[in-house]
Structures are given as C-alpha cells and as structure tokens.
Write a protein that binds this ligand. Structure first.
Ligand SMILES: *Cc1c(COP(=O)(O)O)cnc(C)c1O
Length: 524
C-alpha cells in the first residue's frame, strides 16, 4: 500500500470545525459541558448545586427509606423522556429528587441495619469528586502518573498492616467478589504451573488440568468463592464445603479430614479459603491452624477479609486477625469496614511475582520490554480502572487510620450491647452471640399455651416482618437462613447509632410481628 500523504491542518476555534456534521451552535452548547480550563467556573457552580441537593436531602431524611414501591419508581422513571434534555443542572437535579434522591435507601440513617453497607466518610466523598473529574485511569502510567504511585503506596501500607512481608503487592479492585476471584485465579494458575512441571501432563490443555483441583472453604463462606470456581472452569462442585462449629468458624479437624480424603483420591488441593468475618455471623476462621493445614498440603492460603479487614486499623480488636500474616492472598473491602463509598476494595498478595498470572502485554497499551513504565494493568484483571484508591488516601490523610478503626470499634461495641438486649428478650431468639457487628435473630414469641411459636409459622412470620418493615421505610433489616430456618439480621456499621436506635427497631419488629400474628388469627 502506498503511504498516505499527510494533509496540513489549520487550527480552528472550538465549535467551528468545518464539516463536523453538527450545527455549530449545538457543538458550542455541547462543549460548554466539557470539564476544562474554560469551564472551570461552571464546573464549580454545578458541582456545588449537586452537592447542595444531596446535603438538602440528607438533612431532611428522618428514616432510611420512604417505602416507595418498584411500580411507583418505575412509572416515575418511565415518565422521563430521554429525548428531551432539560438543558440545565438545576432542573435535572429537581427531577432527580423525584426519580431517585427522595426515595433512595440511606445507609447513614441509624435505622438502616441491613447489609454490609456503611455510612461513608466525607474525606472519601471529596476524593470521589476529585478522582472522577481528573479521571485518571489506573491501567497504565501514561494515563495515571502520580495516581499509580498513590495506589502502590496504599497497597504497601495495607500489606504492611497485615504483616504480609517485604515481597507483598496487590491491586485495587471493584469489590470483594472480584478480589476473591482474582485470588483464586492466581492460585489456580500457580497450581497449573506446578502440574505442568510433571512430564505426565505434557501437552495437556488447561481444561484437562483443572479436573483434579479442589478448593476448601467453610460452609459459611461467601458465595463468590463458589461463583469464582465456576468462572475459573473448575465448576461449583470443585468447592469442598468444610463444616463449621457452633461458633460458625471452620473446624480445622474437619479440614484436615477433607484434605486427607483428597490426597487419597489423588486430588490436588488448590486453595484453602478462610473467611475473616463471615457475612452473616462475623465469624473469623482459625487463621493460624488453617494456614498450617494449607502449607502442609501445598495449597494456596487465601483469607477473605472483605468484612473483617477493617480490624487491621482497630484499636481494640486487631488481635482477631492474628495469623492473617501467613496468607498468600487477602481480600479487603474498603467499602465495608473502612467507611468508603462503593467501590473500593483490594487484593493483596504475599508474593508480588504471583501477579504475573494476570499479566498480558498488549502492543497498544503495555508492550513487553517497557519495564521502566509502572503499568498497573499488569497486576489487574481490569483494564480501564477508576482511581478508587484516592478515597482511602484522602481518608488516611485527613482522618487517619486510628479514627477509621474507632468507627468500626464503635459498631462492634454496639453489636455486643444489642446482643445482650436480644438475648434477654423473651420474644426473640438470638442464633449466636455477635462476633463482629452482625446479629442473627428471630421473632418467636411465647404463645398463650406457654410454648414458642411453631418453627414453620416463625419462618413465614419473620419473612413477613422484614417485608412489612421495609415497606414502612421506618427501618431496614436483612434476612438470612440458618439450618433452613428464616432469621432476621442486623448489620451494624454506624458509629452514630446508639442502643436506643436499635432498641426502637426491635420494638418495631415486635409490634409488626404481633400485629401480623393477630391478623393471621383473625383471618384463620
Ligand atoms: C461482602 C462480602 C464479599 C463480596 O464483596 P463485594 O464487595 O460485595 O463484591 C465477599 N466476602 C465476604 C465475606 C463479604 O462479606
């Protein structure tokens, strides 16, 4: 092919390019929305409008939710004609109040006690504004510059707090599920690399090598472990569910039994996955024992500390993570117990070299050989990636780690008090004493005959209580099952909520339950 002749281009003022296809006024209007030097004042004014709308809403919030139904919200959203832009920020924010803000679920409210969502700290919100405006992308040095150095410093800070040693590394991820997936991907590829050293496996394609690999995790571990196994081509059934004791922690003896069974069957233990803070009970598996068992069996030791990770900055409960320094990899969710906005999570690894299992050199992006360029894409399963690390950075620079730890400690203390309240209340059954900041319990009052409400009736009733309370918007609680029975769950992460707030949720659950029972009797 003949080389094309370069045509000379004359500089033209913005919005007046000939032949652009759009009318110049339209282009001019559109460029007024671009974030740039010319529009810096408009940027400030519009951001302020957005922030002011949120502040106004939050200062008027008196409960976590309005109880708006899916049908109501759908019809309001459907009523918006996307073909007719409103043209200005003020009008769009007014409309947003109607289709979203007023009826959002607010995690900062003292009566939001459902999932692992936290009230967020303001330093992180400042960071959100900064990182989305500058819009660095973490994949390569030439899209991020200092952002890469900040992310790297935070990774080594977190690895240092966990005691992972001088060769540790890691990367920010979108969440605990992604961190767990990447950990198991590294573990799988490492195991495959070992298997390939055996001449017996010469020439095997990957799927043939996956057949014998097994992952060991507790029956209470997060579902993302099983889902990761499935996505990694191992199948859900490659995950061996190890029983827990009454405290919902993995039984080391049961793990030893399973590992012995695997050896006898010629299977390869790919990884032992411990949980530091299970989603329902906040249980922390015996990390030292599990680390030893993994080591003896040549298995990767991953610790899912998506929930319990915040203990690393706790003044009072840090010891609960004892043994985590022996992990090959750790998942930490900053958007749970570090009070960061979604998303902010990290995967940390003991041996930086393990991250090579996700390295791919693309000529257009991070060509092999450009070793002087610190490209984070070499460590990540994402390509374009947000600078979420900035949120933790500004949080640590403004508040400091001890202040974050104090917020989590407060929630743990609250859970312990609420545990006593529920335990001494004859209308409620507490499934287990709280270990971090969750409580699993159910409403099961004594009946006139002196017996507790029948198990099956209690199952239905507790599900109905949860729905009714959510529909009222007065409080939001979660639900879960324990041994096939339906329970309610509090997840407490709000350091401003007091025992009185949670007591009033408990009263709401009781009165809701009592009136549902009464209504059922009347209709029976
Ligand atoms: C929340 C949670 C996850 C999943 O994290 P996401 O950030 O929601 O993807 C994984 N493991 C545990 C123990 C969790 O509590």
């Amino acid at each position: 092919m003949a080389p094309t002749t370069p045509t000379s281009v004359q500089p033209v003022p913005p919005g007046t390019q000939a032949g652009s296809g759009s009318p110049p006024e339209l282009v001019q209007d559109a460029t007024a929305h671009l974030f740039n030097a010319r529009n810096a004042a408009g940027y400030t004014a519009q951001m302020l409008r957005g922030v002011t709308a949120v502040a106004a809403r939050v200062s008027r919030c008196t409960r976590p939710f309005t109880g708006a139904t899916p049908a109501e919200l759908k019809s309001r959203v459907d009523g918006v004609d996307l073909g007719l832009p409103l043209g200005d920020t003020a009008s769009a924010l007014e409309e947003l109040e109607d289709v979203y803000l007023r009826d959002a679920v607010y995690f900062h409210d003292a009566k939001y006690a459902a999932h692992l969502n936290c009230p967020v700290v303001i330093p992180a919100l400042v960071a959100e504004a900064v990182l989305s405006a500058v819009n660095s992308s973490m994949d390569t040095w030439d899209q991020s510059a200092g952002a890469t150095m900040i992310e790297r410093k935070l990774i080594s800070w977190a690895a240092g707090e966990l005691g992972l040693g001088g060769s540790a590394d890691g990367v920010f991820t979108s969440g605990g599920s992604q961190s767990n997936f990447q950990a198991l991907l590294l573990a799988r590829n490492q195991a495959v690399e070992w298997l390939r050293l055996d001449p017996e496996h010469a020439g095997f394609r990957l799927p043939a090598l996956l057949e014998k690999l097994r992952i060991y995790t507790s029956a209470d571990s997060h579902f993302s472990i099983g889902k990761s196994a499935a996505m990694l081509g191992l199948g859900y059934d490659a995950v061996v569910s190890v029983p827990c004791g009454r405290d919902h922690r993995m039984e080391p003896a049961a793990l030893a039994g399973e590992l012995a069974r695997a050896r006898n069957a010629g299977l390869v233990p790919l990884a032992v996955v411990a949980t530091a803070g299970t989603t329902d009970f906040g249980a922390i598996d015996p990390l030292n024992e599990l680390a030893a068992a993994a080591r003896e069996n040549g298995a990767w030791f991953h610790v899912d500390a998506a929930y319990g990770g915040g203990l690393m900055v706790s003044g009072r409960h840090r010891h609960l993570l004892d043994g985590i320094h022996r992990a090959d990899s750790v998942t930490v969710d900053f958007h749970k117990t570090f009070f960061q906005p979604v998303s902010s999570s990290a995967l940390l690894v003991r041996d930086a070299a393990m991250l090579r299992h996700v390295t791919h050199h693309a000529d257009y992006l991070n060509p092999a050989g450009a070793l002087d360029r610190p490209n984070q894409v070499d460590k990540s399963i994402q390509t374009t990636r947000r600078f979420d690390a900035l949120k933790l950075w500004l949080t640590l620079r403004i508040m400091g780690a001890d202040a974050l730890g104090a917020l989590f400690d407060e929630a743990i203390g609250l859970a312990s008090c609420v545990g006593e309240v529920l335990d001494s209340d004859p209308d409620f059954e507490l499934a287990a004493p709280p270990q971090l900041s969750t409580l699993v319990f159910r409403y099961r009052p004594l009946q006139p005959d002196g017996r507790r409400l029948h198990q099956d009736a209690a199952d239905r009733l507790n599900q109905d209580i949860r729905s009714a309370v959510f529909a009222s918007g007065e409080a939001v609680v979660a639900g879960t099952t324990v041994a096939g029975r339906h329970y309610l769950k509090f997840t407490l992460l709000n350091a401003e909520a007091g025992v009185a707030d949670i007591r009033s949720i408990i009263e709401l659950l009781r009165t809701t339950g009592a009136s549902l029972l009464e209504a059922a009797e009347v209709s029976a």
